[in-house]
Ligand binder design. Structure first.
Ligand SMILES: [Fe+2]
Length: 268
């Protein structure tokens, strides 16, 4: 039996999280807007992970661990933006690594059963990798898959809400990664997606590439409930709607991704 029960694990991590992010509030509206974006993202990833974890019939203890991982996964984002004014890891530091340092330096997991604390630190460290790590144990991989699915579900929410408000002139360079808004699609992006593979961040050259990368996350989804959420929320359709309509390549990429989704989403 752990020293900290699953309920107190979640409530203590949640209280710590709210207290921690309060230190980053700022009078500068650009900074505050981006801090709010990440705080809201974290809360929504918690909701998504409980939804997906619930669909798998997890025990209360494991659901608590999953929710704690969601609370901590992007904790490095706050320090990253404070120091570098960007969420681009390539132009600053790996936000997952910052997160691990924050967790370890804060004592937030003091008193948590060592095996659970170890899982939390590892899934935070791995959550933004291009692929799952090799050589990790099954339990750690399971929680990592859950977190990656829940994280994607909410990033899809963030970007599709953003695209649907795109006409109001409030462009947020932190979401668009400072990429140029031209119609060009890079060959490497097209090829990866037509092979059912994820697009590498390093291959992004235009905003269209980035939107297509977001469609391609469907190839990295792990659980049936996640596919179901993507279908219910029409995330692929919404991203498609934000892309140029006449392009044959975009139609091909979208068609393949939709087919993959239908194949994998259980009907209700
Ligand atoms: Fe992250």
């Amino acid at each position: 039996m752990s020293a900290v029960t699953e309920q107190s694990l979640v409530s203590s991590v949640k209280a710590w999280f709210e207290d921690y992010i309060r230190r980053f509030s700022s009078d500068e509206s650009l900074v505050q807007r981006n801090m709010d974006l990440k705080a809201e993202h974290t809360r929504k990833v918690c909701e998504a992970i409980l939804d997906i974890g619930g669909s798998l019939g997890l025990s209360g203890e494991d659901l608590g661990l999953a929710e704690a991982s969601a609370l901590l996964h992007d904790i490095g984002r706050f320090e990253q933006f404070r120091q570098y004014r960007t969420f681009m890891d390539a132009r600053s530091e790996d936000h997952a690594a910052i997160g691990v340092k924050v967790i370890q330096g804060s004592g937030v997991l003091d008193g948590v059963e060592p095996a659970a604390a170890e899982i939390l630190v590892r899934v935070v460290a791995y959550h933004n990798r291009a692929a799952l790590p090799s050589g990790e144990n099954e339990r750690c991989l399971f929680f990592l898959k859950l977190l990656r699915d829940a994280d994607k579900v909410d990033i899809w929410r963030v970007v599709t809400e953003y695209y649907s408000n795109g006409g109001d002139g409030k462009r947020n360079q932190s979401i668009e990664l400072n990429l140029p808004d031209t119609d060009r699609i890079s060959d490497s992006v097209y090829e990866a997606l037509m092979n059912g593979k994820l697009v590498q961040m390093a291959d992004l050259r235009t905003l269209q590439d980035f939107k297509l990368l977001q469609i391609g996350w469907i190839y990295d989804v792990n659980f049936p409930r996640t596919f179901q959420i993507v279908r219910e929320m029409k995330y692929l359709e919404k991203i498609r709607g934000a892309l140029p309509q006449g392009s044959v390549r975009i139609a091909e990429i979208y068609g393949r991704a939709r087919g993959f989704l239908e194949l994998n989403a259980p009907s209700v």
